[in-house]
Design a binder for this molecule. Structure first.
Ligand code: ZN
Length: 152
């Protein structure tokens, strides 16, 4: 049923997740789970100034949720926080079918998850890791001024 979602790159990241583990003394740690599917992600992040210097996750659950976390971490490590926020919004627009084509190039291999948009039951799986990183970025003390512009 989900053959078109399980592309090669997704399976690769599921079987050999990048950035897996727990950072020592992280600046942010976020644990979230998706009760609909039983997915769980624990994300630790270290910042260097305004950039994400390190990111690691542990978790369990379906291949979509775990591959999404691996693809996301690979994409975001080394990026400025603002860029990470922009990519998170772009990924969400892709999953909600609000954006497609060349506009998604910045997502790199994470574009492999685009097929999830045709399986509404899996959307929360694909967004779980991104929900973690949004919280990690939102909880930074200097973000209080931008909190107003985040939709609730
Ligand atoms: Zn799942």
């Amino acid at each position: 049923m989900l053959e078109d979602v399980y592309q090669e790159v997704i399976l690769d990241h599921y079987k050999c997740p990048r950035c897996q583990g727990v950072l020592i003394n992280p600046d942010r740690k976020v644990d979230l789970h998706n009760p609909l599917c039983g997915d769980q992600i624990s994300l630790t992040v270290k910042f260097s100034g305004e950039s994400i210097s390190q990111m690691a996750f542990t978790g369990h659950g379906c291949s979509i949720s775990q591959a999404a976390a691996s693809l996301m971490a690979e994409l975001l490590v080394g990026r400025p926080k603002e860029e990470a926020r922009r990519l998170s919004k772009l990924f969400r627009r892709m999953i909600k079918s609000e954006e497609s084509g060349d506009a998604l190039d910045d997502l790199g291999d994470a574009r492999a998850l685009e097929g999830v948009k045709r399986h509404s039951a899996r959307i929360k799986c694909a967004l779980l890791a991104w929900d973690c990183v949004d919280r990690a970025l939102d909880e930074s003390p200097e973000s209080s001024s931008m909190r107003e512009e985040l939709p609730k």
